[in-house]
Each structure stands twice: as C-alpha cells, then as structure tokens.
Design a protein around this ligand. Structure first.
Ligand code: DC
Length: 215
C-alpha cells in the first residue's frame, strides 16, 4: 500500500527551503514542519540548562521538548541557529526527535517537512524530495537581510562566517549529515526570486505527485 504524500525539502541554511516548504504546503494543502525549529529549541534549552556541547544536557532538552515551544520568536535568532547546529551533532538528540518528525510525516493526507536529513533519514520513502541549494555568498546575503529585518545588529562578514561554519558542521557530522538523498531533485535558487524558486519547486513536486498517483 502506498504511504501518504510526503514532501521532503532539505538543504543548507538560507537556501530558501523554508519559504519553498511553506509555499508547497499552501499549494497542496498539507501541514508543514520546519524541523530546524526542533533543533533550535533543543539548543536554546540546553544552553539555558548548562552546556550546549554536553550530549547529556542536549538529550535531556530534546526529551522535554513539546510542540507548543516551537512558536517562540527567540528560536529565529542568529544565536539560536548556531546553538541548533551544535546540538544537532549529538546522535541521541537526533534519535529523541525522530518519532515526533515521523509521526508528523505519517499524517493521513501527507505533510511537508524541511530540514537537513528528511529525505535521507526521517522519510527515506518520501514520494517527493527536493534538495534546495544556493551559493554561500547568496545565502549569506539573504540571511543577513533577514536578521537585520528582525532587528539583529550583525555584519555581512559575520553572517558569511556563520554560514561557512554551519555548512561545515552540518555537512561533516557523523550523525545524519546534511546531504542530498540519491533520489532528490536538486534546485539551485542562487539566481531565482522567491516566486521563481517556488514555481520551480512546484514543477518538481507536480512530476513526483503524478508518479505517486499512478504507483
Ligand atoms: O534550518 P535551520 O537553519 O533552522 O536549522 C538550524 C540547525 O539545526 C542546522 O544548522 C542544523 C540543524 N538541523 C538538523 O541537523 N537537521 C534538521 N533536519 C534540521 C536542522
């Protein structure tokens, strides 16, 4: 029996995957989970509890996490992104968050999840998989504008360094490193507006949906 129509949207920080995931959710009337928020919440909680680099503190934070904590605007800050990337290297944190993500993905009717390991680890059987990328320079500029709009005083150089560090840590960790699934379609949004990227994503998903419907 075929499973629900799950759309996995993976990619590095500020690639456009979050916006694309939201647009796809609207188009297909599917619930959307930004899985980065889970790691951001764990990072912030573990930091408050003591030590972000202590696997036990991170695991304890992951175990107490509830869905209503994900709406906190404090999770959208630059610091929370860095804490998330550091908390996300611990395998026990990833294990503790697995069931929540897979339950969300298993909803009748389907779901959209965006993150780093959705197509590879969380939903390896997702009928539609995108890996959204953009050049690091383009991503840094996008994130810089976004952070400034949120009121964060940060230089473009600092954001460039953040992006480089996050790419390296997320891509080189042993536990579920960021990488495209073998069956993911790559979408480079470097030269695209949001509308163009959303349209390109819809075309990819439309083709996947047609295959899924006839499977
Ligand atoms: O998507 P984001 O920038 O909010 O993610 C924050 C960090 O969380 C990211 O640098 C790595 C981690 N993360 C992860 O390891 N796996 C996911 N599925 C989502 C995020």
């Amino acid at each position: 029996m075929k499973g629900p129509f799950v759309i996995a949207v993976d990619g590095p920080a500020a690639s456009g995957k979050g916006t694309i995931a939201k647009r796809l959710g609207e188009t297909y009337e599917l619930p959307v989970l930004d899985t980065g928020l889970l790691y951001r919440a764990v990072g912030v909680l573990a930091q408050k509890a003591g030590d972000i680099d202590d696997p036990a503190a991170c695991k304890a934070a992951a175990a107490t996490l509830t869905a209503d904590q994900l709406a906190d605007p404090a999770l959208r800050t630059r610091e929370a992104g860095e804490l998330a990337s550091r908390a996300a290297v611990h395998p026990h944190v990833r294990e503790a968050l697995l069931a929540f993500q897979q339950t969300f993905a298993g909803q009748e009717g389907g779901a959209v999840l965006d993150g780093r390991d959705i197509g590879t680890v969380i939903c390896p059987d997702a009928p539609a998989k995108l890996y959204v990328t953009a050049r690091p320079e383009v991503r840094a500029e996008r994130r810089w504008k976004q952070l400034r709009a949120q009121g964060e005083a940060v230089s473009l150089d600092e954001v460039r360094a953040d992006i480089r560090r996050r790419d390296a840590r997320d891509g080189r960790r042993d536990a579920a490193p960021m990488r495209p699934a073998n069956d993911a379609t790559l979408l480079d949004t470097s030269e695209m507006t949001i509308e163009q990227a959303a349209d390109a994503a819809r075309r990819i998903v439309e083709a996947a949906r047609a295959r899924w419907e006839t499977s």
